[in-house]
Design a protein around this ligand. Structure first.
Ligand code: ATP
Ligand code: MG
Length: 139
């Protein structure tokens, strides 16, 4: 069932480079309502849990090191068709392939340091949201 919610994190490179405000502005202007937001740090272990689905991939250790290298800004977002529309707004994983005007085209540095995360399904959006936030149903 579509929940109309998705989960995102502004990743360490974009936070460190001072792009948090610009990225949040793009998200709100695209029609997403911010349900929950905070600034926090992931330990390497927590980053590993978050990206456990990639644990067999060659880039896993680098991904965990990168995701725990600095502050991140996780958010739960709400909009009709949130998961698919948000993936469109952020663009392709590799910024070299991201469409013009997408968040990754504007702010990602590489396929690894790619500025922002977006859930890939309603089910994962709910799991990932509860990884960072307790009970947000009535926010
Ligand atoms: P995310 O899940 O962060 O929104 P995505 O769904 O576009 O990104 P995934 O395939 O889920 O891409 O990969 C998760 C993250 O792992 C990527 O966002 C990127 O930071 C990193 N990553 C993916 N592929 C590579 C790769 N080939 N080399 C290095 N890092 C990679
Ligand atoms: Mg993914």
């Amino acid at each position: 069932m579509a929940t109309n919610r998705t989960f995102t994190m502004i990743k360490p490179d974009a936070v460190a480079d001072g792009h948090t405000g610009a990225i949040i502005k793009m998200i709100e202007e695209a029609g997403f309502r911010i349900v929950a937001i905070k600034k926090t740090l992931l330990t390497g272990e927590r980053a590993g849990q978050f990206y456990a689905v990639h644990s067999e991939r060659p880039f896993y250790q680098g991904l965990c090191d990168y995701m725990s290298s600095g502050a991140i800004v996780p958010m739960i977002l709400e909009k009709e068709n949130a998961v698919a529309d948000f993936r469109k707004l952020i663009g392709a994983t590799n910024p070299a392939q991201a469409e013009e005007g997408t968040i990754r085209k504007l702010y990602a540095k590489s396929i690894e340091s790619n500025a922002i995360h977006g859930s890939d399904s309603d089910e994962n959006a709910a799991i990932e949201g509860s990884f960072f936030f307790a009970a947000t149903e009535e926010y």
